[in-house]
Design a protein around this ligand. Structure first.
Ligand code: AMP
Length: 281
């Protein structure tokens, strides 16, 4: 495994691999790797001859009052995890390497972005679209792997790739959880002990809602209420949003029908956690 920080070197090694006929799987991350990232790397390893992992905390996708500066970083640990998962190259660029000057063109994602995390984090998906367009052009992967924990991100990326004819297959990967159901996240390290005990209420609320749907509940508002009351009565977290929408178009629903997402964002003192469940009814 090689860690490469400059774009020119990465492009030239990958060009060699491609010439030899190797398929390239790409896993973009912000690092501080956990089992969620690991499952993306493992899937990429199964499907491709070459696996590229990027570790880049992208300033464009953070708002002015968000955690860009304090986002957890540990490249040495990430290198160990990536090596164990069979990654061939880690792309670990600096901000200056990715953005040597202020970009002259920016993205504006106007579908699938004005709800859920898009409302609370204006500009977030614009930054995600910009960095991924650059990374896709640099790596030119056959397949790119994204976690369904960030299901809205998957929906936006699918639109990006379709709208701009980017020749990459997007592979969504299911959410990896702790034993008590809490979705693995780099931000879980911000939780206090008490908050860590309470945080699985988010997943439990989604399971409870799923059960209600399986028992015949079809009113989206009632499902939303089940999720809210389960979280509020079992944790001190402040609800940022609870939504029940169509997936992947993320349109509001009155009646639960077709493919839907139930999504939650909950703020704890130092961490905002998100989770979701996608179902077909
Ligand atoms: P991040 O480093 O948080 O930007 O995440 C990088 C990739 O890992 C994204 O595609 C995430 O959706 C995915 N990911 C993060 N947490 C999980 C998880 N618990 N299970 C599966 N994928 C995840």
């Amino acid at each position: 495994m090689k860690t490469i920080s400059d774009i020119t070197t990465l492009k030239s090694v990958l060009q060699e691999d491609r010439r030899g006929g190797a398929s390239i799987g790409f896993v973009p991350t912000m690092g501080y790797l956990h089992e969620g990232h690991q499952s993306l790397m493992e899937q990429a390893r199964k499907d491709n001859e070459i696996v590229v992992l990027s570790v880049f905390v992208n300033p464009l996708q953070f708002g002015p009052n968000e955690d860009f500066e304090t986002y957890p970083r540990d490249i040495e640990r990430d290198e160990k995890v990536a090596r164990a998962a069979g990654v061939d190259y880690i792309f670990y660029p600096s901000v200056e390497e990715m953005y040597p000057k202020k970009p002259s063109i920016s993205f504006h994602v106007h579908e699938r972005a004005g709800v859920l995390c898009g409302t609370q984090r204006p500009g977030h998906f614009d930054g995600v679209a910009a960095v991924l367009t650059k990374l896709f052009n640099i790596v030119q992967p056959d397949r790119a792997y994204f976690g369904l924990k960030d299901a809205q991100q998957v929906a936006v990326i699918e639109s990006l790739v379709e709208d701009f004819n980017i020749p990459v297959e997007i592979v969504p990967v299911k959410t990896i959880r702790e034993q008590d159901g809490l979705a693995k996240s780099s931000r879980n390290v911000y939780l206090s002990e008490k908050e860590r005990d309470e945080a699985p209420a988010i997943f439990r609320s989604l399971e409870k809602a799923e059960k209600a749907i399986s028992e015949g509940e079809r009113e989206a508002a009632a499902i939303r209420d089940i999720i809210i009351s389960e979280i509020e009565s079992n944790s001190g977290g402040i609800i940022d949003y609870i939504e029940v929408l169509s997936y992947p178009d993320l349109q509001p629903l009155k009646e639960i029908k077709g493919r839907i997402i139930m999504a939650a964002a909950v703020k704890f003192s130092r961490a905002r956690l998100i989770d979701n469940k996608i179902l077909t009814v």
